[in-house]
Design a protein around this ligand. Sequence first.
Ligand code: ADP
Length: 487
Amino acid sequence: MSLQARPTIADGQLFIDGKFRPAEHGETREVVNPATEEVICRVAWGTVADLDQAVSAAQAAFESEEWGGLTLPQRGRLLLRIADAIDAHAEELALLESLNVGKPITVASAFDLPFASSVFRYYGGMVEQLEGSARPAARRSIAITRKEPYGVVGAITPFNFPLNLAINKIAAALAAGNTIVHKPAEQTPLSTLRLAEIMVEAGLPAGVYNVVTGEGATVGARLAEHPGVRKLAFTGSTATGKRLIATAAQTMKKVTAELGGKGANIVFADANLDAVTQWAHLAAFANTGQFCMSGSRLLVQRDIHDEMVERMVARAAATAVGDPLDPRTEMGPLAHRTQLERVMEYVAIGKAEGATVVTGGAPAGDGRGFFYQPTIFTGVTPQMRIAQEEIFGPVLTVIPFEDEDEAVAIANGTPYGLAAGLHTTDLSRAHQVSARLQAGIVWVNAWAMFENSIPIGGYKQSGFGRELGPEGIDEYLQLKTVVINAE
Ligand code: ADP
């Protein structure tokens, strides 16, 4: 495949009220292919005025017969049609994701796209099951509870899984009956712009889903501030999340926030090390390590430390890093230049802190594109910056431990609590340790096993609220109680 296979995209346009149009002042910015550094197209650089118009369009759509007047079965069927439309465009969307983010096309095709349509299907099927309750009250009265949508939902997403992190929000928000204004990441807006068009073609009324591309600090911040937005769904860094939550508090918006992580992947000496090597490699290097739920800290019981390091180094060194469109490629580039620079800076920090690079530690390829080698540090202590801070790149830190208590203390010893994992053949240890880990999801003898029915989200400074599963739709519904006096 080559760039000739590039799908058509609306160059330099926002998607508001069912139509593409330029930003207020016609300003645009380049969108870059991280594997080649070539400009793919330009993206509209929206303004606060554009954002405000999108919110008005979403508000009007929320109140419209075309959307607000749909029965639950009609709304459910519409979501199922969108799922089918995503499947019908899967190849094109996978290609966009690969070109824009640098993901291997094989991964985008086998994971991102099937998962995207499956989430629409899952929530589409759930729409008809939405129900309230009726309870007897004093004096033969009755109290009815109704689950109602918020109205206009604001969604802000990061650059690493542009389609999936958007769809986890969009499908649940639509299933609940809301309308949406979405601000995708500056660097990777292409797949959701195309999704907007595909959804309208599948029958979604104009204004129900709007995309305003542009800068986080202006259009993103306005979305958090806008009094017409009643609920904000954010995935991104903990620093930005804190700022958004403070802004959203001024208008008392309901917020869900999935933030940074520094996942601990704990390997006990009794584990099956062949299997662990595969899982731990995936945990550290999937999506080039740009994954808030990555297992970027490998905690290894001291008896097997050296053997485990040897296995991980061999696996990392065998990784096919290169052209995302080549089906043999396992790991693509970082998604943008700043991210590559950040990884280089953290590797320098790790060395300065006294840790040892046992494999990788340098850019990969011929100097074109934002490629970096899978990198492993040993000699890491739990308080080093490379063991505490989210690097968001292909850098794994290995930390030895003696026993369960020490493993749990190290695992829980960061401000984050998004994902964790443990590997053991001892069932009671699996139960006991998973209960002690402060993380929103714990994988036992696995990593990154996702299902549309399995909720994800953070503990501690990794945020609050859940996406996916039945819990995911509740985040987009508010409860009203109606009390009817029978006298
Ligand atoms: P990352 O480090 O993954 O880029 P960010 O949290 O900076 O994480 O970005 C995630 C999303 O948040 C992006 O869409 C970005 O544009 C947006 N964003 C960044 N800063 C702000 C802000 N001050 N207000 C609202 N959104 C923001």
